[in-house]
Design a binder for this molecule. Sequence first.
Ligand SMILES: [Zn+2]
Length: 378
Amino acid sequence: MSDAAPPALGGEREAPTRSPPARSGADARIRALSLVGDRKIELVEIAAPAAPAAGEVQIAIKAIGLNHIDVWGWRGMAFAKRKLPLIVGVEAAGEIVAVGPSSAPAVTAASSEAFKVGDPVVAYGGLTCGTCKACREGRDNLCENVAGVMGFHVDGFARDRLNMPARLAVPVPAGVSFRDAACAPVAFSTVQHMLFDNAKLEPGETVLVQAGGSGIGTAAIKMAKAIGCTVITTVGDDEKAAKAKALGADHVINYRTERFESVVRKLTAKKGVDVAFEHVGPDTFNGSLLCLKRGGRLVTCGSTSGQSTTINLFQLYLQQYRIFGSFGASIRNIGESLAKMASGLTPVIDTEVALADFERGLARLESRKVFGKIIVNF
Ligand SMILES: [Zn+2]
């Protein structure tokens, strides 16, 4: 969901009680980052969560990953149904600090084994119902009764502690840091879902990764290279080109100085690529289609350069293109992402900032100067 303009959802909620920062550090108060208006986030104190109920775990948040959905939320979106103030943060990693009764983990080798205090976890930020057909089939991001995306429609993860349904928590394997794990629920799992569930990328294929310096772009390059694909990527400056090359990209195109469509045709001997990884939108969408070979697949999870474009329908059916819209991921994809991290496929980190600098992180993400992920540490 990293770059997506999310759909409007009507998740109603009760705003937590807030007060100005307390004079003494009473345990009953915790810190939270609250979006109070367009481009206005405040560090506030809120009531600490109660003991977790049956089927819940309480998580102490350690790190948050920033995504374009945070930028969308921060700038304000007229069509997104939500109420301010809202606690921000759509993806995070933390540690279990309390366990309610009957709290089996959602994704683990031994699924009957309950979470225990001290376990590192990440959480799925879509408040799915867990019972509809899509949820039962593990297609969590197609839940028919989703109550909202945490940190965008309803209160998110940027707070010291929160209770979550244990079924939405995913164990972090040994050796994966909180910083890296914080990139699993949205950035990594979105890419995992796009490339492997939707585009069905196979070893040996050629993939075009648009905006290879972004959080999801860097993940896409590494995941595609890890299975032996040829990766062509686009970036906006020469410094990023060198970094993308160092990540393993076979060919890097500076889209500001070269027409990427022409370069891709040349690189593929006019055949085109098997898969185009899109999240830029109108600026590149038709160019990405033109880069596909006949029967090629385009998968998109976002549209940072605008909402609409026109496509050539003759070209679409004559070339037998397949286009996949992709938003978020399944809980399974988070486990798959964490397993990749444990085996050494770690996220590229651009910057780490402190909790109070959350907005500085968003501004950096918005400026497109990033190469990789921005992490907010608690
Ligand atoms: Zn559901």
